[in-house]
Design a protein around this ligand. Structure first.
Ligand code: NAD
Length: 302
């Protein structure tokens, strides 16, 4: 299968590499040269631009930051045409970015009008899951289009769920990430409380992991430095899932909640916590750095 992969960041890079390793003919593109260079070093073919990348492919996959990037890529912006008119009828587009469900539906409608199939397939599992090929895909779209995508998705993930029609994958994803944002803040708070009382962060984390407070952050993504060697907290919160991306997802959850008059008090609080954290200059750090909001500041010399 010939695949175009657009967006080679923390998630897209390892996902594209897994498709390449599985023997697919992958052409990849990102606006960032370092992101392209990294994949080129692993033997993946890099295209000169997005248009070149999608020439004669069966499947286009995108993994971009937010709604505006996806809309601009496929539908165009500022008088520049998007990619859709270049895709022949029968092409399958799989957008794995986390974006507004309404944007997924808008792009899907435009795609359908020219015979191109579109599914939204946002993911969960973090950069660790992207590297290991164990992501969870939450798919919105026609069942037949999901079946076409399945052999490709299986090379990047371990769980594939059909959430419903186009946009339903995005709705499932923001419900999940609203919960993730809340539980990372809550986990940080609980560890900070224990440490302020003289407990060892590692010992307390293990106690809670095996108790009723156990959760994904304690299992795989501990926010306290030094507790988990592979977690972003143990490498100055570099890489991983950016605070600004979490803030975007919590904003999407709030927009969605307003549209359907849902009550999301903790989701609203979490959005404000991450917004303050971003305003304090931490937007590019991994979202588990939200622990700064509850950590005792380190003593400075003098
Ligand atoms: P990232 O910022 O690391 O990567 C995004 C990449 O897209 C960048 O390299 C950027 O240069 C590129 N890009 C932007 N516009 C482009 C365009 N028009 N053409 C080509 N490349 C373009 O982000 P990420 O962490 O890889 O996340 C990507 C998406 O996946 C986001 O929607 C995010 O919310 C979601 N997500 C991230 C994680 C995670 O743990 N990082 C987990 C699940 C979902």
């Amino acid at each position: 299968m010939k695949i175009a992969f657009i967006g080679l960041g923390n998630m897209g890079g390892p996902m594209a590499l897994n498709l390449h390793k599985a023997g697919h003919d992958v052409g990849a593109f990102d606006l960032s040269k370092p992101a392209c260079d990294k994949l080129a070093a692993d033997g993946v073919r890099i295209s000169t631009d997005a248009g070149d990348c999608v020439a004669n492919v069966d499947v286009v996959i995108s993994m971009l930051p937010a709604s505006a990037h996806v809309e601009a890529l496929y539908l165009g912006q500022g008088g520049q045409p998007g990619l859709l008119p270049q895709l022949p009828a029968g092409t399958l587009v799989i957008d794995c970015s986390t974006i507004a469900a309404a944007t997924s539906r808008k792009v899907a409608d435009a795609a359908r009008a020219q015979g191109v199939a579109f599914i939204d397939a946002p993911v969960s599992g973090g950069t660790g899951g992207a590297i290991a090929g164990t992501l969870t895909f939450m798919v919105g779209g026609d069942a037949a289009d999901l079946e076409r995508a399945r052999p490709v998705l299986e090379k990047m993930g371990a769980n594939i769920f059909h959430a419903g029609a186009v946009g339903a994958g995005q709705t499932a994803k923001i419900c999940n990430n609203m919960l993730l944002g809340i539980l990372m803040a809550g986990t940080s708070e609980a560890i900070a409380l224990g440490v302020a009382n003289g407990l060892d962060a590692k010992v307390l984390s293990e106690i809670m992991r095996r108790s009723s407070g156990g959760n994904w952050a304690l299992e795989k993504y501990n926010p306290w430095p030094g507790v988990m060697e592979a977690a972003p907290a143990s490498r100055q919160y570099a890489g991983g899932f950016g605070t600004d991306l979490m803030l975007k997802d919590l904003g999407l959850a709030q927009e969605n909640a307003m549209a359907v008059k849902a009550a999301t008090p903790l989701g609203g609080l979490a959005r404000n916590l991450y917004a303050s954290h971003s305003l304090a200059g931490h937007g590019a750090l991994d979202f588990s750095s939200i622990v700064f909001a509850v950590q005792k500041p380190k003593k400075t010399a003098g």
